[in-house]
Design a protein around this ligand. Structure first.
Ligand code: AQP
Length: 333
């Protein structure tokens, strides 16, 4: 069976971007013909900033609660945190020796996050995509659902796998397919249609958090930046209108409709009429998730038990693949 792997960093609270671009689609995939493995990539989370240990622990549990509250079933999917399965970092070391410095330095996320003073960025931030390649390859995953922003990292993962196979003359690691689909592969900031919605944006008004209550969601949508024109009735009319496009994409993704179908209904309406309709849909879809997350967060021991059970299951797949990798490379065991 085809095998899916994907992960999210516990680097802050979940946003609507993470939900629509990632989690919602992870949940859909678990009911298709895939074996599904979903990870809380805590080792990735410390590459850009270190957290207070209690904060990182809370964020990890909250992300786990977010996955489950969104419909991820730990009985159907393997759900675990990266640091409990040491094979990820063991394979990442091999990949650090396969990947070239030039490849890493070309990554736009590295350039964005390291900023001008690269001398001061962590070595982990530069190596991030090699660990991500290991996350995928240690399961021989064939498909990786992600948002648009991760496309470049996935291409690098393919390059690393290809170079490994070539250098050792084997056909060992699969050439993984990115799965980037749906209306909301890139949800933009509510304050600036040219920036992606991000958990680390300093402005809370730029994003909808999965923990926001109905009032906060409605207020953020009411204040979202727009242009003065009414909505078009066809998708071409969204050209050059990034904020309008973003709100329509969000509506389409939440409603499981195409952008064309949404515009057939709301085309011609001014934002003053569309925003309340969007708020109502967002609250209807997101409020049950935030309520369930809050309930699950009352039971941290259960969350931890789910993660350790998931980690054991993950290890049964990862350990033999790492062992074979070591044999290919020539490590004596
Ligand atoms: N705005 C977005 N629209 C669509 N998909 C998104 N994803 C993130 N933001 C959007 C997808 O969510 C998954 C997990 O992302 P991540 O937590 O590993 O890191 P990120 O992409 O760096 O997300 P953030 O929210 O922007 O975190 P920070 O601020 O810490 O960098 C991925 O599949 C991603 O594509």
């Amino acid at each position: 069976t085809p095998r899916i792997f994907s992960g999210i960093q516990p680097s802050g609270g979940l946003t609507l971007g993470n939900y629509l671009g990632a989690i919602k689609r992870f949940v859909e995939k678990q009911d298709e013909e895939f074996e599904t493995i979903y990870c809380i990539v805590d080792l990735h989370a410390i590459t850009a900033t270190l957290f207070e240990p209690d904060v990182l622990r809370r964020q990890t549990r909250e992300l786990t609660a977010g996955y489950i509250a969104s419909g991820l079933d730990p009985a159907k999917s393997i759900l675990f945190n990266q640091s409990q399965v040491a094979e990820h970092t063991q394979l990442a070391w091999i990949f650090n020796c396969i990947a070239r410095m030039g490849w890493m330095q070309r990554m736009t996320q590295w350039k964005d996050k390291a900023g001008k003073n690269t001398q001061n960025a962590s070595l982990g931030l530069l190596a991030y995509p090699a660990l991500m390649a290991a996350d995928i390859m240690v399961y021989h995953a064939t498909h990786v659902p992600v948002g648009e922003d991760q496309k470049q990292h996935l291409e690098l993962a393919r390059d690393i796998a290809t170079k490994f196979n070539h250098d050792y003359g084997v056909e060992f690691f699969p050439i993984t397919e990115p799965v980037i689909e749906g209306a909301a592969t890139r949800v933009m900031s509510l304050r600036d249609g040219s920036k992606k919605m991000s958990k680390s944006d300093p402005s809370d008004a730029s994003r909808i958090n999965l923990t926001d209550d109905a009032d906060a969601i409605a207020q953020k949508i009411r204040k979202a930046k727009t242009d003065p024109d009414a909505l078009p009735s066809e998708a071409e009319g969204l050209e050059g209108r990034p904020e309008a496009r973003n709100l329509v994409n969000i509506y389409a993704a939440l409603a499981d409709q195409s952008v064309e179908a949404v515009l057939r209904d709301v085309g011609g309406k001014p934002f003053s009429e569309f925003k309340p309709i969007l708020s109502e849909l967002a609250v209807e879809k997101l409020a049950p998730i935030s309520t369930e997350m809050a309930r699950l967060m009352q039971q941290p021991d259960e969350i931890d038990a789910i993660l350790s059970k998931g980690s054991e299951r993950a290890r049964t797949i990862a350990a033999p693949i790492l062992k074979q990798t070591y044999e290919i490379v020539g490590m004596v065991s």
